[in-house]
Design a binder for this molecule. Sequence first.
Ligand code: ADP
Ligand code: MG
Length: 324
Amino acid sequence: MAEFDLIDLIRARCAVERNDVRLGIGDDAAILAPPPGHDLVVSTDTLVEGVHFPASTSARDLGWKALAVNLSDLAAMGATPAWALLALTLPNADRAFVVDFADGFAELAAHHRVALVGGDTTSGRLSVTVVVHGFVPPDRALRRDGARVGDQVFVTGTIGDAAGGLACLERRQPHLLEIPVEVRDALVMRLERPTPRLAAGAVLRDSATACLDVSDGLLADLGHIAARSGVGIELVADCLPTSSALLAAFDENERLVLQAAGGDDYELAFTAPLDRATAIERDLARIGCGATRIGTVVPGNGVRLLDAGGGEIALARRGWNHFA
Ligand code: ADP
Ligand code: MG
């Protein structure tokens, strides 16, 4: 297939109509009309085969995940998504691959009414870059620099599942070959089909003091909030929210490493004053999103993980760093 046939295929399968798209795919650039009086929030993320996803990932899951990890960044800012660009590097012009990829991408795009307005198609090692655009009311975006001493630290959903799924795919421990298939599938699903927490981000715009999405590992990511806000963070290991699948597949020590240092969950970690905690938990429950209090913002710097007695737990690994 030629490049332009592939582009036509992608366009046909990702057809979300929006009246703020003056001109979409097909010209040298898209023409877009942001809503007057709103801030434009923009982000990009790349997925490279063998680095961000295993070669075994299906084209459909990859299409979903490439958009999901980008929408997750908008969720972390409290933004409502609108438009996306897709730069696709493919080893060959494989029609079946592109159809499945576009269908996975389109499934999530349709759910959040995201219009694909352009991109680029090249040949090379499989790599996917997506750019997303969204809006927030002026000066209302959630940032990393607003945490204050005394705030509580929360995380949505459960964490460690995606890293557990990766451990299963890599058969990292012999006992992982024995775990029930439904447990394995539940964990792998969290890795390959992450859910961007867009509704939660929108709710938190009114109440969180700082927020980010957990992509590199909870400790590493919360370290960004601590650094940008000029505070320390103490987390209580026993409070980390754990899925029944993770409980079934890993012992306590393995679990703690997956939850504290494993990435790819795309949950939101955020801080908020103690007196807003109950309202936040109620508002998130209303949109079907659990949130758990996992720690406290303290004076100082860095992120410490504490055991039940208040002693610090030392972990060998705190998160992903591509150049470490
Ligand atoms: P140019 O050479 O002027 O940069 P291209 O030939 O690369 O334009 O692209 C033609 C049109 O197709 C443009 O509107 C571009 O945004 C769009 N496009 C190219 N690749 C993709 C893709 N993978 N997904 C979505 N749109 C794409
Ligand atoms: Mg051009």
